[in-house]
Design a protein around this ligand. Structure first.
Ligand code: F6P
Length: 386
């Protein structure tokens, strides 16, 4: 079969003329998913005369065979629309919740791909999606992925779409908090999403001029933050804004989590005792609440917490994200026509390039400690908690 020959990736493999492709969006939503769907599908339909089948609610749609054909008429007004017209979920084909059970449905997903005579499946998603896509590639499917996430933590690419919009929203929130913080002489602790990466808090914190920025990559000392806040007070600035990533931890918290993780066997699942210890190490209150309580007690200043939450993922994408999603989406379609499969379309400098899925899956892109953003933040006097 032509598809299998092309998937083998050898230069002898016969080129196929793709006719029908599938597309799905998986993981948490973000802005510009629709712009990316539009980029893939418009290029596929108008430039290359392909059929495009959209699977609903992420990989669940592939497993349950729920799909819709995307026609050129359904691709209007998508550039500015937040969310995803296909719906999304965090379901994984190899561990699908079915009733009360968790079942490996990979073979079913593979069967549905073939039943629709797909020549490629385009998966738009973050780190988890790259891993799920790689599993399907290993089962012989032609896969292309696009990197999307507000966390900007997908490995192998300089940037993911969704990040710029979320950073813009979070920075604007910090701008607004400035005036009320100053009026009341308060400490405002703004919690910013990002999972275990600090890109969003760092970018938004710097753009919004936060006085302290705390990220998971730099476990922090409460005393450093207290000193930063009191130092500002002594200089007549009786308010402070702290941007804290949801995954940020004090040095003690980070050590406890690391020790608990070290007890887990490298290949197997942790036993009950280890799991209990890991749970104990994971603090119950959010990062912002923990910090605010400590600051109120130690700096003696009135403190408020603002968790920006899903506001960061909602509404229309910025121009930068619309453009990026369009570039990545159209490049994906060009790669399909070139029979280049098993790759993520990544941003490297000003180019969109294919990188092997193995490079993107299973690795977290965190903020390197020598990153220019960190150096610059320190130079303008921002406390980074260390
Ligand atoms: O990965 C995107 C993200 O928004 C993270 O920043 C956050 O930790 C998580 O998703 C929230 O997930 P959910 O939408 O499932 O609550």
């Amino acid at each position: 079969m032509a598809v299998v020959l092309a998937q083998e990736g050898s230069h002898l493999a016969k080129k196929i003329r793709p006719r029908c492709i599938g597309i799905l969006t998986a993981g948490g939503d973000c802005q510009a998913l629709n712009a990316a769907i539009r980029g893939v599908a418009k290029a596929a339909i108008s430039a290359f005369d392909l059929q495009v089948l959209g699977f609903l609610d992420g990989f669940r749609g592939l497993v349950e065979d729920k799909s819709i054909f995307l026609e050129s008429g359904s691709l209007s007004n998508l550039l500015t629309l937040g969310g995803t017209i296909l719906g999304t979920s965090r379901d994984r084909p190899h561990r699908m919740p079915v009733g009360k059970e968790t079942v490996d449905m990979t073979e079913v997903a593979v069967q549905h791909y073939h039943a629709h005579h797909l020549d490629c499946l385009v998966c738009l998603g973050g780190g988890g999606t790259q891993k799920n896509a790689l599993r399907l590639k290993k089962h012989g499917l032609n896969i292309i992925t696009l990197p999307k996430t507000i966390d900007n933590d997908v490995s192998g690419t300089d940037i993911s779409f969704g990040f710029d919009t979320a950073m813009t929203i979070a920075a604007e929130a910090i701008d607004r908090i400035h005036t009320t913080a100053e009026s009341h002489n308060r400490i405002m602790v703004v919690e910013i999403m990002g999972h275990n990466a600090g890109w969003l808090a760092l970018g938004a914190g710097m753009a919004g001029g936060a006085d302290a920025i705390l990220i998971p990559e730099i476990p922090y000392k409460i005393s450093s933050v207290v000193e930063a806040v009191l130092g500002r007070s002594r200089r007549g600035r009786r308010f402070s804004i702290i941007a804290i990533a949801e995954g940020a931890k004090t040095i003690e918290e980070a050590n406890a989590v690391r020790e608990a993780a070290e007890e887990a066997p490298p290949d197997g699942k942790p036993d009950r005792k280890v799991r209990a210890k890991q749970q104990q190490a994971a603090p119950a209150a959010s990062a912002a609440v923990r910090l605010a309580e400590a600051l109120q007690a130690e700096a003696g200043m009135e403190t408020r917490v603002i968790a920006l939450g899903h506001v960061q993922r909602g509404g229309p994408p910025t121009s930068a994200d619309r453009l990026l999603a369009t570039l990545l989406g159209t490049k994906a379609t060009e790669l399909i026509m070139d029979n280049t499969f098993g790759v993520m379309v990544a941003v490297r400098g000003d180019q969109c390039v294919p990188v092997p899925l193995e490079e993107a899956a299973g690795k977290l892109r965190i903020v390197p400690l020598d990153h220019p953003w960190l150096r610059s933040a320190r130079l303008v006097g921002t406390c980074l908690g260390d």
